[in-house]
Design a protein. Structure first.
Length: 250
């Protein structure tokens, strides 16, 4: 993915990593469309960032995805990049069914089915563009589990394998698959997470991501240095130690 000159749709970009990435990609000379569920937040983003377009979308709702995709493509027929940013993270207790089933269903619907449905809404169009990218968003937790978030870990592991497989299927097309793999970043993905000392500052994370995209536009996995501790534990042979360190009491 080249760093500028793209038309990029980022659903799930009204806060956190998604919004910060949208702002920086816009600053780099891309046309950016931000998607989110709340029209008032989207209106505020558009007012603060002239040139960023917005569209209402709920990735947990198939009809909303279909409607939003039609709206985006009608206004931006040159769209060549989809970033499947939308996601939720929940703390779950799997020792009793009442502690996790409903939450797990919501996480799978948003994180995994949402990604699948988004790709389904845009993949045929993207293949008509001469240089296109689907950027999926997994996590360091796709490779090392955090004890308190089982469904989130599982969906992000699924996104990783989906990305690997789509890269094979789309190899003969104009569409690249890039996988963004964030570490713990200081956002509001979980209550209080923004203030955790172990979380990477958001600006530092986005700075490093932009540098990677600029220096290595053909990267298949976009990995800041901090996520490599989680990503490569098995390859290094210290996976049990990485799991223990991640899940050690604060």
């Amino acid at each position: 993915m080249r760093i500028h000159g793209n038309v990029i749709f980022i659903p799930g970009a009204t806060s956190g990593i998604g919004l910060a990435l949208a702002e920086r990609l816009h600053d780099e000379g891309n046309t950016v469309i931000v998607g989110g569920r709340r029209a008032d937040i989207l209106d505020d983003i558009a007012a603060r960032h002239p040139g960023i377009d917005t569209v209402v979308i709920d990735v947990a709702d198939p009809a909303s995805i279909t409607r939003a995709a039609g709206e985006v493509l009608a206004r931006h027929p040159d769209l060549n990049v989809l970033v499947t940013m939308a996601g939720i993270m929940r703390v779950e207790d799997w020792t009793t069914a009442s502690g996790f089933v409903h939450s797990a269903e919501e996480v799978v619907t948003t994180n995994l089915l949402g990604t699948i449905r988004l790709i389904g809404a845009f993949v045929e169009h993207l293949q008509t563009r001469p240089d296109a990218t689907i950027m999926t968003v997994s996590s360091g937790l796709a490779f090392t589990p955090l004890r308190t978030t089982p469904s989130y870990n599982a969906t992000k592991a699924a996104i990783h394998m989906l990305s690997e497989t789509l890269r094979l299927q789309l190899a003969g097309t104009s569409v690249r698959i890039m996988e963004l793999e964030p570490p713990s970043v200081a956002t509001d993905l979980l209550p209080g997470h923004r203030d955790e000392a172990s979380a990477m500052p958001l600006d530092a994370f986005i700075d490093e991501v932009i540098d990677i995209l600029r220096e290595n536009p053909d990267a298949t996995e976009v990995q800041v240095e901090r996520v490599k501790f989680l990503r490569y534990g098995e390859a290094r042979g210290d996976y049990p130690e990485v799991v223990a360190a991640l899940n050690a009491p604060a």
